[in-house]
Design a protein around this ligand. Structure first.
Ligand SMILES: Cc1cc2nc3c(=O)[nH]c(=O)nc-3n(C[C@H](O)[C@H](O)[C@H](O)COP(=O)(O)OP(=O)(O)OC[C@H]3O[C@@H](n4cnc5c(N)ncnc54)[C@H](O)[C@@H]3O)c2cc1C
Length: 379
């Protein structure tokens, strides 16, 4: 096994605390949260209290001022715990980074401390019923009216949407016809009149994740809520995308590693024809193939993480990681489920949940087909 070299002793201590948190405070609520289709609000406050939100945000804005390895640890431990409900990483490692990188000092002081404490839950609303992959085709408009914008439109599939107190909304503020110049990012408080939320959507997996629709009907928002500058939305989105895609690769490798671990345990204990399932040559070869592929994926992802730390991760490298690792995750988990036989189809087994939850990894964050487009453009 090629050793991982990214983490210090301090990171490992942090990992132990996160692991304990998931085991003691998240996993026991799984069934209840799956049924209600969202986690409890207090799980946000508790994560904030423990310093698990906004770990990479500077201390002056309420974050922990850590490097992105703390974010990596949080994502990996969530995957090892088999949790698909907590939307902490989208809040801390996507939304908070937009505010921190592009917000004014006032905006950062207004939002980041409350995001780090868990008092405020956030979402990012790009996708619309009519457009997902083609972001430049968004129809939601933010029309200028004095010092305000009036927002009209709707968004779909929004992670943390049901519980969110603020969403960064991707909206058209211009009519130049060049999609990339007409888009702005606007922070919209959920309390604003005309902003309504649908019920959490009924998904095939990730049941405790409150993915929902958001509707905007003549929502008046002050212009001071725009992030960066009007019309710069697309440029800002592009700057953050490499990291966001790597996040999916990170959780894909960790989730698949967890599936392999469960499968090793299961096949060592299950006896068929008087032998353990693990002793059949087919099982041993499958497990060996999966171990080998995951080891190779792990090294690539760790190298990408290193590049992120040095601010050198390229768009195509991140697209490669996202597409290849999420495809690998799907393949590994499917093979692992097969090795469980009928029990693999039963939700009480972690592999069954992993199988349904994993499917979205190939879709969100830009579909894997879009990733291949991005890679192809560099050839
Ligand atoms: C669980 C979940 C959570 C999500 N969370 C969020 C969120 O928090 N915020 C948010 O904004 N969005 C979110 N999304 C939306 C997600 O990012 C989109 O679903 C995704 O980008 C695809 O867009 P679409 O669904 O409109 O598919 P479409 O764009 O309609 O694509 C349909 C098919 O066409 C293919 N396709 C499209 N263009 C091309 C092309 N040029 N070449 C080849 N094939 C192509 C796609 O790969 C796909 O297979 C989430 C989705 C899910 C399932």
């Amino acid at each position: 096994m090629i050793p991982r070299t990214l983490f210090s002793a301090e990171h490992e201590d942090f990992r132990n605390s996160v692991r304990r948190f998931y085991a003691e405070e998240i996993v026991p609520h799984r069934e209840e949260w799956d049924a209600q289709q969202h986690i409890d609000r207090k799980a946000w406050n508790r994560a904030g209290e423990l310093g698990f939100l906004c770990t990479a945000i500077p201390e002056e804005f309420g974050g922990a001022g850590g490097d992105r390895l703390y974010s990596v640890i949080l994502m990996e431990e969530q995957s090892y715990a088999g949790d698909a409900g907590t939307g902490y990483s989208l809040h801390s490692d996507i939304v908070a980074h937009y505010v921190n990188n592009f917000g004014s000092k006032e905006q950062k002081l207004e939002w980041l401390p409350k995001m780090a404490s868990g008092e405020v839950v956030t979402a990012i609303a790009m996708t619309e019923p009519g457009t997902g992959s083609d972001l430049q085709g968004v129809k939601t408009t933010a029309v200028s009216d004095g010092d305000d914008y009036i927002i009209n439109g709707s968004k779909i599939f929004i992670t943390n949407g049901y519980l969110c107190d603020m969403a960064i909304v991707v909206a058209k503020t211009g009519n130049s016809g060049e999609g990339s110049k007409d888009i702005s990012l606007i922070m919209v408080e959920a309390s604003r009149e005309g902003f309504t939320k649908g019920k959490p959507l009924k998904k095939i997996g990730m049941h405790a994740q409150d993915t929902c629709e958001l509707f905007f009907k003549d929502v008046r928002v002050p212009k001071k809520n725009v992030l960066g500058r009007e019309g710069m939305g697309f440029v800002m989105l592009m700057q953050e995308l490499a990291w966001e895609r790597l996040m999916i690769a990170i959780t894909s490798i960790a989730g698949a590693e967890a599936a392999l671990k469960h499968t090793l345990e299961y096949t060592r204990n299950r006896k068929v024809f008087g032998k353990t399932v693990a002793s059949f040559q087919n099982t041993r070869f499958k497990l060996a193939e999966m171990k080998a592929e995951l080891a190779i994926g792990r090294v690539y992802v760790d190298r990408c993480i290193e590049l992120v730390l040095n601010k050198k991760l390229g768009v195509d490298d991140a697209a490669t990681a996202k597409y290849w690792c999420s495809d690998l995750m799907g393949k590994v988990i499917d093979q692992c489920l097969q090795l469980h036989g009928g029990y693999g189809y039963m939700l009480e087994y972690p592999i069954a949940r992993a199988w349904i939850d994993a499917r979205a990894q190939r879709i969100y964050g830009g579909t894997n087909e879009i990733m291949k487009e991005l890679i192809a453009r560099t050839l």
